[in-house]
Ligand binder design. Structure first.
Ligand SMILES: [Zn+2]
Ligand SMILES: [Zn+2]
Ligand SMILES: [Zn+2]
Length: 260
């Protein structure tokens, strides 16, 4: 299974509009972050987790030619608002879209024009909304499993596919969900900034979760403009890396490399 970080930024993206801070002005392309999204691929299937506002730009950048499904973590704008650009993938088929019930309800309400009997008429995405509690898509030989996590007062969905887990926008993991993450070898986890935040893990909080789960490799995503990619990379242990837009990995080789 291969993964590509389509985006690794927090809800503002980096650079932030109107901000002159050193990270927003940085010439390092690794400090330019579109909103967070992940592409998962095996030989048969391509899935994305979340479609942020820049989904179109991310898909063009990565040459995304096919898509077999979308999984949503939650209903916030920076995770959903690229949904209209799924149209190109629904010309010949309905596209399965998975998520927690609340997110699907939000999509049905906010994008009601997609679901008012207009589906499949070109110009409108033909989406098949599926509750992730009932069924998940298969990738890399694993059924994608939902893992409930806390995002401030909300409960949102992290995902696990065998050795891989994607935990974004998280400020707490209930004990039962820690059990669901047991044995994860490649952990992608949101780490907003160094200072604490009410709805996102800080770098230190994310490191504490990594220590508890014990993956071979962990990658940070959903980072804000307080974080300089290279600077943070130098501060972290070699088994934890701040991801960046366009970073592509084979899960098998990450597991193998970490073994040696
Ligand atoms: Zn977010
Ligand atoms: Zn800034
Ligand atoms: Zn959020």
């Amino acid at each position: 299974m291969n993964i590509t970080f389509l985006g690794t930024g927090t809800s503002h993206g980096v650079p932030v509009i109107g901000c002159g801070c050193r990270v927003c002005r940085s010439p390092d392309p690794k400090n330019r972050r579109t909103r967070s999204s992940l592409l998962l691929e095996d030989e048969q299937t391509a899935l994305v987790i979340d479609t942020p506002q820049e989904f179109r730009i991310q898909a063009l950048r990565e040459g995304l030619g096919r898509l077999d499904g979308v999984c949503y973590t939650h209903h916030h704008a920076d995770h959903v608002y690229g949904i209209d650009d799924l149209r190109v993938f629904t010309k010949h088929r309905k596209l399965p879209v998975y998520g927690p019930e609340k997110t699907l309800r939000f999509i049905r309400e906010k994008f009601d024009y997609m679901f008012a009997g207009n589906c499949g008429r070109g110009g409108i995405a033909d989406l098949d909304l599926r509750d992730i509690q009932q069924s998940g898509p298969e990738i890399g030989g694993y059924i994608l499993q939902p893992v409930p996590v806390n995002h401030g007062r909300e409960v949102i969905t992290a995902y696990r596919a065998g050795p891989l887990a994607y935990v974004t926008d998280c400020s707490g993991i209930p004990p039962k969900s820690f059990e669901l993450l047991e044995g994860v070898e490649v952990l992608i986890i949101g780490a907003l900034r160094h200072r604490p935040h009410p709805t996102h893990f800080s770098v230190d909080e994310a490191l504490a979760v990594i220590e508890k789960i014990g993956p071979r490799m962990a990658y940070f995503t959903h980072m804000c403009h307080d974080i300089d990619q290279k600077e943070l990379e130098m501060q972290l242990p070699a088994s934890v890396r701040p991801a960046y837009d366009g970073l592509s990995l084979s899960i098998e080789s990450v597991r193998g490399a970490a073994h040696g």
